[in-house]
Structure formats: structure tokens, C-alpha cells
Design a protein around this ligand. Structure first.
Ligand code: FE
Ligand code: FE
Ligand code: ZN
Length: 277
């Protein structure tokens, strides 16, 4: 069965979020670990978590993705911002140990003029500080559009980070279709070529999740503006190929399209209808 879902709000609790997923026929989903601006996280409610675990097992909802607050920057040029980011990630990772089968996705960060090499070094050393061999959670680096001084717009960036991390068995990659397209990878005309390149540079064994978004901008625009499925520069036929591709079809697909729940439900129905079981 196609594993597909969307970004959901956890503000009503974990069980509530899983119920919402079921209502829109999602069997996976993503949520922010806290306010995207990086505010304090709500304390985990043990009863809610255990009901969530039971409910998701019963309804075969799995491969959850917790998304780190994207306004933080683990490779900032300011020591206090780096420190705050590491502390936030540390707290998130400790909490996620209570949610089996949940991955942790983050944006590698922006080097803000320090240069790619310095940025990559800062990201890797933060990960070396954060990752513990006993962690159950897999940490995902997201492919980025490369806007501004963003790191992760090239597969090489991700490889270099992973290469410098000691417990790299805890690391994976989440490929965002809008981001890679905006970064200049031609998934429209040469999906196989892009995946071959990903395999050569990073390794397909690292690929753990897909963010399924169309793009409001043309290839290589380095903009990162998501569009609803089929209504952007990527187009519906490419999404049909992506979800059915032999090396991708078993991965969890998460929609981050500009939608409310009814729009997400429609996209999930559309994509389920296109998946060849
Ligand atoms: Fe993201
Ligand atoms: Fe994304
Ligand atoms: Zn994005």
C-alpha cells in the first residue's frame, strides 16, 4: 500500500493528530516538534502517547516524521544561536525516544556567509555532539533548494556532512521534490538520472522519506515555494512516476503543499488512485 500523508498539527495532542490522519486516509504524517519559531515544546502527556501508539498500530499508520523548527540554524555564525539550536534538537531527540518509529527531519542550515566548508563542519560537529549510539530515532537531513546560503542544495553537501559524522548509522535523507527541482535537479525530464546521481553521491540506502510538493517556480530557481500537486512546474505525471518508481514506491510520502485538510484529503485520494499496487 502507498504510504502517504501530510503535515499535520500536533497542537490537539498526538492521539488527535492520528485520528485526523485516519479521517483523510493518511497512513503516515509529519508534525512540528514545537512552534516553527522554536518556542518551548509542550510536555509529553504519557496517556496521550500510549493511546497514540495503540491507535496508530491498530490502524497501520507509521513512519512518522517530526520536523525540527526551521527558523533555527545549526551552522549560524553566532555561537548563541548554534547553542540554542543544539539544545532544542537535543530536547526534541530526547522526547522522540518515547515515540517509536518516528524520524527527525531538519534543514541542514545556512552558512550565512561563512562559506560552505565552515557551514558543513559546524553541522557535522553539532551532529557529533547530538547523536547517541543508543538512539532509536533516525535523523534526516532534508534536501534544500539552495536559496541564499542554504546548505543541502547539492547532494554533495549532504554526503560531506554524513561523511564527517561518527554515528552516521543514525542519519538518513529526506528528499523534497520542490526543493530538488528548485535546486536544479531535473526530476521532470530525467527522474532516473537524478536518482542515479543521488545514489552515486549519497547512496539510495540513506533515503528514508520523500516530501511531495509541486513547485511555484521553474527548475533551478532556488526559490522554495511549494505548490499543490499537479498545479506547478513539476506536474502530475511526474508525481505518478515518483510514487511508482521502483526505488521510491515503498517510502513514506509526505505532502507539504499549501492546503487545509480537505485539500490534503483530495491529494491523498488522487495519489492513491495513481499508485499501481
Ligand atoms: Fe522542511
Ligand atoms: Fe520539505
Ligand atoms: Zn520548502
Amino acid at each position: 500500500m502507498l504510504k502517504i500523508g501530510c503535515h499535520l498539527s500536533v497542537s490537539g495532542g498526538f492521539l488527535n493528530m492520528a485520528r485526523t490522519a485516519l479521517e483523510i486516509d493518511a497512513n503516515t504524517f509529519q508534525f512540528f516538534t514545537r512552534n516553527p519559531r522554536g518556542g518551548k515544546a509542550k510536555a509529553l502527556n504519557e496517556k496521550d502517547i500510549s493511546a497514540f501508539i495503540d491507535f496508530t498500530r491498530e490502524h497501520k499508520i507509521a513512519d512518522f516524521v517530526a520536523h525540527a523548527p526551521y527558523t533555527l540554524n545549526i551552522c549560524s555564525d553566532k555561537e548563541n544561536i548554534r547553542q540554542f539550536t543544539v539544545e532544542t534538537f537535543e530536547d526534541d531527540l530526547a522526547r522522540l525516544e518515547h515515540i517509536p518509529g518516528c524520524m527527525y527531519n531538519f534543514h541542514p542550515g545556512s552558512h550565512v556567509g561563512q562559506g560552505l566548508e565552515v557551514g558543513i563542519d559546524l553541522i557535522a560537529s553539532a551532529l557529533n555532539q547530538l547523536l547517541r549510539p543508543e538512539f532509536g530515532t533516525i535523523v534526516l537531513l532534508e534536501t534544500m533548494s539552495g536559496k541564499g546560503s542554504e546548505i543541502g542544495g547539492r547532494f554533495e553537501d549532504l554526503h560531506e556532512i554524513i561523511d564527517r559524522v561518527e554515528h552516521s548509522d543514525k542519519l538518513g535523507v529526506c528528499l523534497d521534490t520542490c526543493h530538488v527541482h528548485d535546486a536544479g535537479y531535473d526530476i521532470v525530464n530525467d527522474l532516473d538520472g537524478v536518482l542515479t546521481e543521488f545514489d552515486r553521491v549519497v547512496g539510495l540506502n540513506r533515503l528514508k522519506a520523500i516530501h511531495l510538493n509541486d513547485s511555484k517556480n521553474s527548475i533551478g530557481a532556488r526559490k522554495d515555494r511549494h505548490e499543490t500537486i499537479g498545479n506547478g512546474y513539476i506536474g502530475l505525471e511526474v508525481f505518478r512516476r515518483i510514487i511508482n518508481h521502483p526505488v521510491l514506491r515503498e517510502l513514506p510520502f509526505i505532502l507539504e503543499t499549501p492546503n487545509e485538510l480537505p485539500g490534503y484529503a483530495e491529494e491523498i485520494m488522487l495519489l492513491r488512485g495513481m499508485w499501481v499496487g
